[in-house]
Ligand binder design. Structure first.
Ligand SMILES: Cc1cc2nc3c(=O)[nH]c(=O)nc-3n(C[C@H](O)[C@H](O)[C@H](O)COP(=O)(O)OP(=O)(O)OC[C@H]3O[C@@H](n4cnc5c(N)ncnc54)[C@H](O)[C@@H]3O)c2cc1C
Length: 557
């Protein structure tokens, strides 16, 4: 039977099975689990030729809330169970025994529908490091074409940037005096200006670019999935929570899932593609008997493949915030005033400008807090609002926030089953700040960030430091503050890492080691965390993954 015949047969079967889902498993060439950054790319690229049928399962719902598409809406989603898995870490010894909130998108677009919109790919050197760790084809020169392919860069095309791709990248529609002062402060402190963190070098300070198209969020769902949904060979099922990958021997043959709580299943004739993100992908593998045998055995799950690395190697960017009361109006003033909120809404509606079009941070700097570092080890940034913690109500005073993020953490954590119940959140144990080097770089980065505010350029705009406050000066006090009040940049990666060593879960073609018909394609495959943000790199991984999947399936048929 040809592939096209297969698609027709599939669709005949689907219409039967939609009448009686429990009796017959639907059959597709590919079943993709998770419609986030990676899953939306796969759904688009694998259906483009019309030769393959794809089922895309998403545990969350449609991205119909307008607050997903209005950029500033991210502020509403940090704690919104309608679109967010709302995970929590285990108490973290390195963070004053607090549980750290782990928002993850649970909606079409996944985390790209709730993220804070920064477009920063990371340093070239660390893609070369992926290659040097044994992952042929993943050096910077290899991955750059996929970044360019995915991109629709407002500034136009050049050696590093592309246009016409599904992921829109744009400049803030207007400058802001506080961001200008921050950049002037950086120059005063001896740092270079850099108009493009995604160009030849990352180091330096400049305005951010955001994943926004004409004033609206450019998520993976709007960029990649929406145009593909018109294709007859793509079926998207929302409220479909994958509970187990089905195997025949060592070959993955399908997926069991709950559709609105009702059991269903689907068969994959070619491959099952796991794209649930860095917490859910290892959880699903472990639920399916793919992971450390000790975990499977503890929960009475039959071992399909003993892969000790599944769920290990968890990394994220730890972040510390400094909050200032200032003399210029910020978003705090708008949110606290009805007339100003109406004016902001009208500006957004008619001009696509103003605070509603704003990503979380306006300007950023990449610095070497450790002078011995070969490349930047801290990302610092300015946000034009302030609150006690992300997602809380904004302060009543005019305020801004400076953030210092640890770019290349050494601390490593893990994700493991809490129980055999697929609906129960996994145990997330990131082990933040358990490496001495991480603590030293974090502290140096926070101090360097604080120095910016002491500059002539910033001083006139600052009334006082609110957090941690002027009394907090010694290294010990600052480090206590970092542990007690720090958070994360929401970039978990590495839990199904790519590589050739014993802890690797997938090979350089993203195939799960020791099994057939199964790949993991999402942020979890990163061997090490990129020194930037993770949306663009995950899209790149899925663009490259889609090419490899199509090549391998063409070679096999
Ligand atoms: C609050 C926040 C802010 C962020 N800010 C930025 C930023 O400014 N810039 C940036 O570059 N990155 C940012 N990120 C990170 C970026 O969005 C993610 O790295 C990226 O989306 C990861 O892609 P992914 O495909 O691995 O996972 P996700 O995009 O999280 O997608 C996974 C999808 O799989 C679904 N799923 C999971 N398990 C199952 C299952 N069992 N069955 C069916 N479906 C399932 C989920 O519901 C989800 O839709 C942020 C993330 C968050 C949460």
């Amino acid at each position: 039977m040809s592939r096209t015949d297969g698609i027709v047969a599939t669709y005949k079967m689907e219409s039967t099975s939609s009448r009686d889902q429990t009796e017959m498993a639907e059959s597709f060439d590919f079943v993709v689990i998770g419609a986030g950054a990676a899953g939306c790319v796969l759904a688009n690229r694998l259906t483009a030729s019309g030769r393959h049928s794809v089922l895309l399962l998403e545990a969350g719902g449609e991205d119909s809330s307008p607050w997903i598409h209005i950029p500033l809406g991210y502020g509403k989603h940090f704690t919104n169970p309608a679109v967010n898995w709302l995970y929590q870490s285990e108490p973290q010894a390195g963070a004053a025994n607090r549980r750290i909130g782990q928002p993850r998108g649970k909606v079409l677009g996944g985390s790209t529908s709730i993220n804070v919109l920064l477009y920063i790919r990371g340093q070239h050197e660390y893609y070369d490091r992926w290659r040097d760790l044994g992952n042929a084809g993943w050096g910077y020169a290899d991955v750059l074409p996929y970044f360019r392919k995915s991109e629709d860069q407002q500034r136009g095309t050049d050696e590093y940037h592309g246009t016409g791709g599904p992921l829109s990248v744009s400049d803030p529609p207007e400058r802001h005096p506080l961001a200008d002062a921050y950049l002037a402060a950086a120059e005063e402190c001896g740092y270079r200006r850099n108009p493009d963190f995604n160009g030849a070098v990352q180091e330096g300070f400049g305005y951010n670019q955001w994943t926004i198209r004409r004033g609206l969020r450019s998520s993976a769902a709007t960029g990649y999935l929406r145009p593909a949904r018109r294709r007859a060979n793509l079926r998207v099922v929302t409220r479909a929570h994958a509970t187990r990958i089905v195997f025949s021997g060592k070959r993955a043959t399908g997926v069991d899932y709950l559709r609105n709580g009702v059991p269903a299943s689907a068969t994959a004739r070619v491959e099952v593609l796991v794209a649930g993100g860095s917490f859910n992908s290892p959880q699903l593998l472990q639920l399916s008997g793919v992971g450390p045998a000790s975990i499977s055995q503890r929960f009475g799950i039959g071992v399909v493949a003993d892969l000790p690395g599944v769920g290990t190697n968890l990394q994220d960017h730890y972040a510390a915030r400094l909050v200032y009361e200032c003399t210029l109006p910020t978003l705090n003033d708008v949110v606290g005033s009805f007339p100003k909120s109406v004016a902001a809404a009208l500006r957004f509606a008619f001009q696509r400008k103003g605070f509603l079009t704003m990503g979380q941070s306006y300007a950023t700097g990449f610095i070497r807090a450790d002078p011995a570092a070969a490349t930047p080890d801290i990302q610092t940034s300015i946000s034009l609002y302030s609150s006690h913690s992300p997602g809380d109500s904004l302060h009543r005073f005019s305020g801004f926030t400076l953030v210092a993020r640890l770019l290349r953490p050494e601390s490593r954590g893990s994700v493991a089953l809490r129980s055999a119940d697929p609906l129960e959140p996994p145990v997330i144990a990131p082990n933040y700040l358990t490496s001495e080097k991480d603590c030293a770089v974090m502290l140096a980065g926070l101090k360097a960030t604080r120095r910016l505010v002491e500059s002539a350029a910033m001083r006139p705009h600052v009334k006082r430091e609110h957090d941690p406050g002027p009394a907090c000066r010694s290294d010990d006090d600052l480090m206590d503050y970092v542990r007690m009040r720090g958070g994360i940049a929401y970039h978990p990666v590495g839990t199904c890492k790519m590589g050739g060593d014993a802890a690797a879960v997938v090979d350089e073609r993203l195939r799960v080691r020791g099994l057939a018909g199964l790949r993991v394609v999402d942020a979890s495959i990163m061997p090490t965390l990129v020194s930037g943000n993770t949306y663009a790199p995950t899209v790149m991984i899925a663009e490259k993954g889609a090419d490899m999947i199509l090549e391998d399936s063409a070679a096999a048929s």
